[in-house]
Design a protein around this ligand. Structure first.
Ligand code: FES
Length: 186
């Protein structure tokens, strides 16, 4: 993304807050170095002023798939913005993740139509396959996170799973492995 790209951070989240991540959150020393290097590289493309804040956060989120606390601290310092304000902006917008995410997020619709057609069995199979809980953690290989979502407007295809823009219709637990294989990042 170039500095001229406008931040499209979407709608505010409701009641968002940081929470403990259970595992695989990239919190090691090497991970910290990578995070800070990425943050500095992004900051180098922007004027070091508060007006750059949202664009910097968006680019960071795009690159790291989440906004680690260390990155937020660095951004606050370099842009000379109070840390609380940076954290407030990061928390406010739903497009920003304050938890580590895999390269791709598997979303399972748990709306009514999907629920009655077995969405919970899909979630259970994904939890078993990826060894993660919905909204928590990333798979061992770093490729996938798992989320449950409300009706995505494709009830005729229930139960539905999504990865990026791809909809997987009439899913069964037996189809999960094939879907994950197809979606595995290069
Ligand atoms: S309930 Fe799942 S798409 Fe509508």
């Amino acid at each position: 993304m170039t500095p001229s790209k406008k931040a499209g951070v979407g709608s505010p989240r409701s009641g968002a807050k940081t929470s403990k991540t259970k595992k695989k959150n990239g919190a090691g020393k090497n991970a910290s170095k990578v995070i800070l290097a990425a943050t500095d590289e992004i900051l180098a493309h922007y004027p070091l002023e508060e007006a750059s804040l949202i664009m910097v956060l968006q680019e960071l989120n795009d690159q790291l798939n989440w906004l680690p606390p260390k990155a937020l601290e660095r951004v606050a310092k370099k842009l000379n913005v109070p840390f609380g304000k940076v954290q407030g902006v990061a928390t406010f917008y739903r497009a920003f993740s304050l938890k580590p995410k895999g390269k791709k997020t598997v979303k399972v619709c748990t709306g009514t139509a999907c629920h009655v057609r077995g969405a919970s069995m899909l979630v259970d199979e994904l939890k078993r396959s990826l060894e993660v809980e919905p909204g928590e953690g990333i798979s061992e290989d770093g490729n996938f996170s798992l989320e449950t979502v409300n009706c995505v407007g494709a009830c005729a295809m229930a139960p539905v799973a999504m990865i990026g823009d791809h909809y997987y219709a009439s899913m069964t637990p037996g189809n999960i492995a094939k879907m994950l294989k197809k979606e595995k990042p290069e």
